[in-house]
Design a protein around this ligand. Structure first.
Ligand SMILES: C[S@@+](CC[C@H](N)C(=O)[O-])C[C@H]1O[C@@H](n2cnc3c(N)ncnc32)[C@H](O)[C@@H]1O
Ligand code: SF4
Ligand code: SF4
Length: 349
């Protein structure tokens, strides 16, 4: 009931699908839940199509964004002409399915950009576009827990190579990243920001490593204030400052996993140790439990910032050992924005 009243009107009308073709990756990021040695799914990327068709056939929204990822879809160890041909075919088949069910769609290939076959990626995007498919690239950046020095160099070169194609840099709100930004600042992040890239700070989804990765709300608040003061154009901070109304940041993504399983984000944390990190029982295809827990905890129905608020990640907020503050961390951030708004003359529209 509360969810229907408070969250449903804030849901993004574009539905997001996250397709994990496989978990194999050339990286071993400290915060990532996947098994990066696992090769399941690499040789048969088209096997995801029945799950995709099942989801599309039941989809009531008219527009779908497909975030297609691994692991790492362009990992040098596996990405060759054959795999690229598989991606082209997958894109074509997705188009046929979407055409059949009258859906508009786009494809984001999500990559860590520590990649070597830019020629093949270029081909994939060009062929997709020739066939009328809106295909783009999205990447991720973290100053801690992601790169070794060699991979960071390769990533930076590829950022320059792909700068006109990259639609988003996703940066994770882990404890190590936040500490690094606050204590040292980050020159390369500053460069990305000043270059005008779309930067999105994403919430960390706790898994068995949460003890080392999950920031306290005190740190999170400090970080959001730092963004308001120094980097007001990063998302979702920019949306909080400049929009009177925002969609919820949780896009209730529908997922297809490496083995074809259809689920919601809760299914990503399946080991008993990971599941034990949550207060609410986490369900495979139903986020209602964690959404209700969130609304009850924060009493959003009586909050003056409900329209503007993006509400955060329900999984992140359900972390059993969350070190929270007396008040909602987002509410405290919105209050800070109100104070700064007066000083800096920011207008919300
Ligand atoms: C699993 S990766 C796959 C795509 C590609 N390898 C990359 O890193 O961009 C997709 C996104 O999930 C993020 N991610 C990894 N572990 C996460 C976690 N525990 N909570 C939230 N996001 C996470 C990554 O930072 C990345 O932006
Ligand atoms: S590059 Fe992506 S898939 Fe690979 S370990 Fe890092 S977050 Fe996970
Ligand atoms: S600021 Fe906190 S209490 Fe207010 S709507 Fe957002 S999450 Fe709910």
């Amino acid at each position: 009931m509360l969810r229907e009243l408070l969250i449903d009107p804030k849901r993004d009308p574009e539905q997001e699908y996250t397709i994990h073709l496989f978990e194999f990756c050339n990286f071993r990021c400290a915060f990532c839940w996947q098994n990066h040695e696992d090769t399941i799914g690499i040789d048969n990327v088209l096997d995801k199509l029945p799950s995709i068709e099942k989801l599309i056939s039941q989809e009531f929204r008219t527009t779908v964004t497909f975030n297609i990822m691994g692991g790492e879809v362009f990992a040098p160890q596996i990405f060759n002409e054959n795999l690229c041909a598989g991606y082209v075919q997958l894109s074509e088949e997705i188009k046929k399915i979407c055409d059949r069910y009258n859906k508009k769609f786009s494809i984001n290939w999500v990559t860590n950009l520590a990649i070597e076959r830019n020629d093949l990626v270029k081909y994939l995007l060009a062929v997709s576009r020739e066939k009328g498919i809106d295909a783009r690239l999205t990447t991720s950046y973290d100053p801690r827990g992601r790169f070794n020095p060699k991979d960071l160099e390769l990533f930076k070169q590829n950022v320059e190579y792909w700068k006109d194609e990259l639609t988003c840099f996703s940066c994770l709100l882990t404890k190590a990243n936040i500490d690094y930004y606050l204590e040292h600042g980050d020159e390369y992040f500053d460069y990305l920001y000043k270059s005008g890239f779309y930067i999105y700070f994403d919430y960390y989804m706790p898994d068995e490593h949460a003890e080392h990765q999950m920031p306290s709300d005190k740190k999170l608040l400090e970080f959001f204030k730092w963004c308001v003061d120094n980097y007001p154009n990063v998302h979702p901070v920019k949306d909080w400052i400049f929009n009177k109304k925002n969609y919820a940041s949780c896009r209730t993504s529908k997922l297809v996993l490496a083995d074809g399983t259809i689920c919601q984000c809760g299914n990503l944390t399946q080991t008993p140790k990971s599941l034990s990190m949550y207060k609410t029982p986490i369900k495979r295809m139903d986020n209602s439990g964690i959404e209700d827990a969130f609304l009850n905890k924060y009493n959003c129905s009586s909050c003056e910032f409900l329209d503007r608020c993006t509400l955060g990640c329900f999984m992140n907020r359900d972390y059993k050992y969350l070190e929270d503050l007396d008040e909602c961390v987002f509410k405290l951030t919105h209050r800070y924005i109100e104070d700064v708004r007066v000083q800096k003359g920011y207008e919300a529209t």
